[in-house]
Design a protein around this ligand. Structure first.
Ligand SMILES: Cc1cc2nc3c(=O)[nH]c(=O)nc-3n(C[C@H](O)[C@H](O)[C@H](O)COP(=O)(O)OP(=O)(O)OC[C@H]3O[C@@H](n4cnc5c(N)ncnc54)[C@H](O)[C@@H]3O)c2cc1C
Length: 471
């Protein structure tokens, strides 16, 4: 045991305590990163634990480098810093003609062919390096390469409070003591370990969902990057052979046994997935420009039918990793062998992890539901000013809504704050609305400020009154 461990002692269950802070943030995705930065800038001591080697979560370690317009606060600061430090790449109709309206474009397929477009992305690893620096500059004690595993708790009136986060490190299990904890895992892992209530992914009810909706979360995906693509040649082929969705090549490869049956289903064949949408849920050729000319990010989604719960079933998590690697390999082989423009292309990067789109949804002091959006309810504890957004799962309807502070407060635990994809929102209201990068950063920042206010006042986040929007 080193000197610091001796000084900090052990937890009631005997785990050596290696550090303590006012605020302990678990997970460094957009939510956890912004919470850690804001709490530190408010003067708190902050520890942030991240299992990979950089913050940013799905957007860096998971390669999802879409750069959205700044929405204020730390999110805008991030976008400006990525730009200043040379991490931004912009594709448009001048350097990527034939992209708008192209059937294999993940984001821009719906545009009129040949129309102007602007697709801004950041280099995930470059961006991650910047995020590491920003935490260092602020004085956050960031612990990388350590996995949160458990909590120790004590009774706190009618509720319980977390006293320690237990992490798995190269030196074995260690404990971090904190006053306020922040849930930044993206899958509400802290909520689950603390025994607080949540709805499992796939637990929503939707009439349009066929076959056992309870068991089917929206599939997660593994993102990967291919370089060396001559897209002008691909586009010339699509036009010349009148093969916009590469169907002729797909059929040829399928007939030759070069495509596993799990690849290339509804969207590429003009069909719709089980939710009546073209967007996600089946493997497909689905790309977007990133990093530099000739380099594209590709999506490899878990097939819907597999109904994998990668956030809470170890066998599912392992199967997803293994199978998605296999499908990426098959996709890359198909592209390089059959598709003009890809003959010199190669896999340059595979994401560090399979992203979960529909993990646990914690039940907080308030659960924001689609009715709150439909009725445009106002809340005395709103942390945001009214925002107007399209609710993808409610027939693409636009509603103006605000977020109550109570959605950050999980039931039964007095000193934990939720952020990002783990807010207390129902599936329809988190998916494609609050779980997107800008709003995960925003809710992270709100949680960081709430943590700091609680620490300063010597109260728990549950006791904190919130009566003025931050954004
Ligand atoms: C495949 C996919 C594609 C997406 N595409 C888009 C898109 O195009 N645009 C968009 O805006 N949003 C997109 N999203 C949604 C968005 O990326 C997420 O909702 C958002 O990143 C959630 O932020 P978060 O901070 O809550 O969690 P995450 O980004 O998931 O970050 C969680 C962090 O916690 C760490 N962590 C998890 N468990 C532990 C543990 N036990 N110990 C230590 N660290 C841990 C992880 O390593 C990770 O860094 C996509 C999501 C997925 C999965």
């Amino acid at each position: 045991m080193n000197q610091q461990e001796q000084a900090l002692g052990r937890t009631p269950k005997g785990v050596p305590v290696v550090a303590e802070a006012d605020v302990v943030v678990i997970g460094g995705g957009p939510g956890g990163f912004a919470a850690a930065l804001r709490a530190r800038r408010e003067g708190c001591s902050v520890i942030m634990v991240e299992k990979f080697d950089m913050p940013g979560g799905v957007h860096t370690s998971g390669l999802q480098g879409a750069a959205n317009t700044g929405v204020g606060g730390i999110h805008t600061e991030l976008m400006e810093r990525f730009e200043r430090e040379g991490c931004i790449f912009t594709a448009d109709e001048t350097n990527l003609p034939d992209w708008a309206g192209n059937a294999i474009s993940h984001y821009d397929y719906y545009l009129p062919p040949g129309s102007p477009f602007k697709r801004v992305s950041f280099n995930p690893d470059g961006a991650g390096n910047i995020m590491v620096k920003m935490l260092e500059e602020a004085g956050v004690h960031a612990i990388y390469g350590a996995s949160f595993a458990d909590v120790e708790m004590e009774q706190d009136g009618a509720e319980r409070r977390i006293t320690h986060a237990i992490i798995e490190t190269v030196a074995g299990r260690q404990a971090l003591r904190g006053r306020v904890f922040v849930e930044g895992t993206g899958t509400a892992e802290v909520v689950a370990r603390a025994g607080a209530p949540f709805v499992r992914g796939g637990g929503r009810q939707r009439e349009t969902v066929t076959n056992d909706p309870e068991k089917r979360p929206i599939p997660g995906g593994l993102l990967w990057i291919m370089s060396g693509i001559d897209f002008a040649e691909t586009a010339a082929y699509q036009k010349r052979e009148n093969d916009p969705a590469l169907s002729k090549l797909i059929n040829k490869a399928r007939a030759a046994g070069d495509i596993p049956p799990e690849l290339y289903r509804p969207r590429m064949e003009g069909g719709r997935n089980v939710y009546g949408e073209h967007y996600i849920g089946h493997p497909t050729v689905d790309m977007s420009p990133i990093q530099a000319p000739g380099t594209f990010i590709l999506w490899q989604n878990v097939p819907y039918e597999w109904a994998l719960h990668m956030d809470d079933d170890a066998e599912h998590a392992s199967r997803a990793k293994k199978e998605l690697r296999r499908l990426i390999d098959a996709e890359a082989r198909f592209l390089t062998k059959y598709v003009p423009g890809f003959q010199n292309a190669f896999i340059s990067h595979v994401g560090r992890y399979v992203g979960v789109r529909d993990g646990r949804h914690p039940i907080g002091e308030y659960v924001f539901s689609i009715d709150d959006a439909r009725e445009e309810r106002r809340f005395p504890d709103a942390v945001t000013r009214p925002m107007t957004k399209t609710f993808f799962w409610d027939a693409y309807t636009k509603y103006t809504f605000e977020v109550p502070y109570r959605c950050f407060l999980p039931k039964e635990v007095s000193n934990l704050l939720l952020t990002g994809a783990s807010l207390s929102f129902t599936f329809e209201t988190i998916f494609m609305v609050m779980r997107n990068f800008p709003w995960c950063t925003q809710t992270g920042e709100i949680a960081g400020l709430a943590a700091a206010r609680s620490v300063r006042r010597g109260i728990t986040p549950k006791q904190l009154q919130w009566n003025e929007p931050l954004f």
